[in-house]
Design a protein around this ligand. Structure first.
Ligand code: AHR
Length: 501
């Protein structure tokens, strides 16, 4: 099989916003307790945060971390998790039916983010709470001395405002599972009022309004248009969430997940632009794809309501990933790069233990899941601008998405036209090798190294030894890319079956 990818540094889609390499830490399962935070662990710093996890977070190349939820945020009382730890009271988190000790709260998280050099993205509770509590949290985080909540932060030991720039107006408010779920009109009005108050506290912040929890929601499209009709002039981004999995052994549909993500983005952009057009507005709403990943939600997840109440930390949705899952994660990143003009923010959900690229054992090691590798390599190599490439490849039929391309590609260019550095990201979704001709008329290329991930056929198995074995068999560093003809004009690469390169 053959495919061609035509590129030129003059044809650019948009600059890659580094926030597209974000991730997510929710008070869920072992994401916080025994994930990022485990006092007494041999690697814990003086604040109780695991340095082995911190080092892997840096190696992953994560730019930004969303907190504290997720579904958790919709019944969260942030005031109960600030101040002296001994005075904090546990509460029943209804989202995950877990007793949350409140040991880690806003200050602990924001100071961890600051030490690790990642930008925080905060969410406010618009499920069980509202305008006043949301505005108070912005004041607590970003206010200068001389007002109630800023002074409380200072009394709690933090003089300097945190300066949190990006704020989510609730989480998945269209979902019936959400505590305090609302219809689009109720939510749109509340989001507009909460956002207005938050921006009056700090006019420099950016706001994300909730879009649909998935493209499969019955209210999809209508929800976006209604919610934006209340908030268009106020917010900067609308959220998207999507999780993909292999259902009933349907490998082709799973490998085609990136095409589904692509269509989802196009449809949300169209919905947002329709609202803008009706308003005759020049403003463009962009996307915060603040939850995306492979998650075996339909096939492995049991649902929470039936589960007895438990005390944190517990093992919840600790999906174990395969090489196949890693290829799909790489392909989803290709889609995100190709939408650099409209998707400045995205979060791999989540960071540690919960559907995560990093796993830990309490008191034990931390290790990388196979999905770690395409994310880390993309965050490292995708620099500068995303190019508007033309891919000419055969299509393959899938049950879930109809015909999808057999090969996908994203190309990035960093620097001036005459001497830039190129990042090429390619996926072969077929079970045969594919020869790809990169066409770069008038541009001479010198290709350096890269990383390749191939899919496996074995079921994923738990533990650091298994992850190391997948890494040894399915992840290879390409010291020099397997290419011919790297001069001006064309360069040919052979892509392994079911691989991300
Ligand atoms: O990431 C896990 C959960 O998935 C989040 O809490 C929720 O927002 C989504 O449904």
């Amino acid at each position: 099989q053959r495919a061609t990818v035509l590129l030129h540094p003059d044809f650019r889609t948009g600059t890659i916003d580094r926030r597209v390499f974000g991730s997510f830490v929710e008070h869920l399962g072992r994401a916080v307790y025994t994930g990022i935070y485990e006092p007494g662990h041999t690697t814990a710093d003086e604040h109780g945060f695991r340095q082995d996890v911190a080092a892997l977070t840096r190696e992953l190349g994560v730019s930004m971390v969303r907190y504290p939820g997720g579904n958790f945020v919709s019944n969260y009382v942030w005031e109960d998790a600030v101040g002296p730890v001994e005075d904090r009271k546990p509460f029943i988190d209804l989202a995950w039916r877990t007793i949350e000790p409140n040991t880690v709260g806003t200050d602990e998280f924001l100071q961890w983010a600051e030490r690790e050099g990642v930008e925080p993205m905060m969410a406010v509770n618009l499920g069980t709470r509202g305008v006043a509590e949301a505005a108070a949290l912005v004041e607590y985080c970003n206010g200068e001395a001389g007002s109630r909540w800023a002074d409380l932060r200072i009394a709690n030991g933090r003089e300097k405002p945190y300066g949190v720039k990006l704020w989510c107006l609730g989480n998945e408010m269209d979902g019936p599972w959400q505590i305090g779920h609302k219809d689009a009109h109720e939510y749109g009005k509340l989001a507009a009022e909460a956002g207005k108050a938050m921006k009056l506290v700090d006019p420099t912040i950016s706001l994300v309004v909730c879009g649909s929890s998935s493209m499969g929601m019955a209210t999809f499209g209508e929800w976006e248009q209604t919610v934006l009709s209340y908030t268009y002039d106020l917010v900067d981004h609308i959220s998207m969430h999507a999780y993909y999995e292999e259902r009933h052994g349907d490998r082709a549909s799973f490998l085609g997940s990136g095409t589904s993500m692509d269509r989802f983005i196009d449809r949300v952009v169209a919905s947002a632009d329709a609202v803008g057009a009706r308003r005759r507005s020049d403003k463009k709403i962009t996307i915060s794809f603040d939850e995306w990943n492979v998650w075996y939600l339909d096939t492995r997840f049991q649902g929470e309501a039936a589960i007895p109440l438990r005390t944190a930390p517990q093992r919840i949705i600790e999906d174990v990933y395969s090489g196949l899952d890693a290829v799909v994660v790489g392909d989803l990143l290709v889609t995100l790069l190709n939408h650099a003009d409209r998707v400045p923010v995205a979060c791999l959900a989540q960071l540690v233990n919960v559907i995560a690229p990093i796993m830990t054992e309490p008191g034990g090691p931390a290790w990388k899941q196979p999905t770690f590798h395409p994310f880390a390599a993309t965050a490292r190599l995708a620099q500068g601008d995303s190019l508007d490439v033309r891919v000419d490849a055969a299509t393959m039929p899938t049950k879930e998405h109809g015909d999808v391309p057999t090969v996908t590609a994203a190309v990035t260019w960093d620097g001036p036209r005459e001497a830039g550095s190129l990042g090429v990201f390619l996926v072969n979704r077929t079970a045969e090798p594919v020869e790809v001709e990169l066409r770069h008329p008038g541009v001479a290329l010198t290709l350096g190294g890269g990383v390749q991930v191939t899919a496996d056929h074995e079921p994923a198995a738990h533990g650091p030894e298994h992850a190391a074995q997948v890494e040894a068999t399915h992840v290879s560093e390409l010291a020099t890319a397997p290419v011919t003809g790297t001069g001006a004009g064309t360069t040919t690469l052979t892509l392994a079956p079911e691989s991300w390169t």
